[in-house]
Design a protein around this ligand. Structure first.
Ligand code: FE
Length: 349
């Protein structure tokens, strides 16, 4: 029974919605609407299930406004302090950092949040908190590439992959965050050399999303691609037999297990800067990272639970445990601009 807020195109109309919600909230206690508004860039059934469970245990209705990350940012900017947003949910620390940097989130913390979310998977002042984890991995063509040839992201710049790589655009936050992590760990010169090496090995100009890169590998147009892990899992579980068949031709490698570990990112949430229901937003945020929610979410989610003590979905557990890169994710935000400049310099469009 999770309510869906109407998707409104203009800020003027959203202010109208804001006014009516404020009127609701101002009614007497006997008929005060107990609700919390979530602006979300994650559109998964798994999240709906979480919101429903929260509604059942608290009686607070979760109203969701879906949008992509860019729309969320624009809408929140346009709404300013008139916004009805309470909790903002987005994928990738880079996107969360952009929301924070635009002044659209507020610092919010509690002992439950601090106990629930590992320190490197959250913003130090509590502007955003991870509740789900994803890895950026190498998808490679079975039969064309040996697993040991993709042991590290550094392997992708070797001559054997000349004109054999597929990647999406550098404008994508996943790639910006990945390069930002390399700048943080190894410095800008290393990151530039690596990005130039990947650029030189591309089979085609960057195009499409991560699924398109996997399809290019399956078709033999490329031998390896950089993708988020869940895209291959989705294809493996697709209702479309052609997608399942393509996925079968591709294997997934968590790179850099002998080195720094695989680059990991989060889906996360933060309390809106101008939330009118801060306590409710915090309560929902605490719920998202709770054992109950994490255990409920895990089997429904193609991402990893935020804590290793919670077992991931069976398809993920099959991939086995892997070593994660150990850098604070707020660094990915700080380094976004630098990463974009390096991509530009090396011509990775
Ligand atoms: Fe994605």
């Amino acid at each position: 029974m999770t309510a869906l807020l109407p998707t409104l195109k203009t800020s003027r109309r959203s202010l109208v919605l804001g006014a009516s919600a404020a009127v609701l909230a101002a009614c007497g206690p006997q008929n005060r609407a107990e609700f919390v508004n979530v602006y979300s860039a994650r559109h998964y059934d798994s999240d709906k299930r979480l919101y429903e469970a929260f509604e059942q245990s608290t009686g607070t209705v979760v109203r969701v406004l879906p949008a992509n990350a860019e729309q969320l940012l624009e809408r929140l900017r346009a709404e300013g302090d008139a916004t009805e947003a309470d909790l903002i949910v987005a994928a990738d620390a880079g996107n969360l950092w952009r929301l924070q940097n635009a002044g659209l989130l507020q610092s919010a913390t509690s002992s439950a949040l601090e106990a629930g979310v590992p320190a490197r998977l959250r913003e130090p002042q509590g502007y955003w908190w991870g509740f789900s984890k994803r890895a950026r991995v190498i998808a490679y063509r079975k039969g064309s590439v040996r697993e040991q040839d993709v042991a590290s992201m550094d392997d992708l710049v070797r001559p054997r992959f000349h004109r054999k790589l597929a990647v999406r655009s550098s404008a994508n936050t996943y790639n910006l965050s990945m390069l930002a992590s390399r700048i943080e760990r190894l410095g800008a010169d290393n990151a530039r050399a690596w990005a130039a090496g990947v650029r030189a090995n591309l089979a085609r100009d960057p195009q499409g999303g991560d699924t398109d890169q996997i399809k290019a590998v399956a078709a033999g147009d490329a031998h390896a691609a950089i993708v988020n892990h869940y895209y291959l899992l989705r294809m493996m579980q697709s209702e479309d037999p052609a997608e399942r068949e393509a996925a079968n031709k591709v294997a997934l490698k968590f790179p850099d297990q002998a080195g720094a570990g695989t680059h990991v990112n989060i889906s996360g949430a933060g309390v809106a800067a101008h939330s009118k229901r801060r306590e409710k937003a915090l309560q929902l945020l605490e719920y998202l990272v709770s054992d109950e929610a994490q255990t409920l979410l895990a089997p429904l989610n193609s991402e990893f639970p935020i804590r290793t003590s919670i077992q991931p979905a069976a398809a993920l557990a099959e991939l086995g445990p892997f070593k994660e890169e150990d850098i604070p994710l707020e660094a990915l935000g700080r380094r976004q601009t630098e990463a974009a400049a390096i991509f530009e310099q090396v011509g990775w469009r």
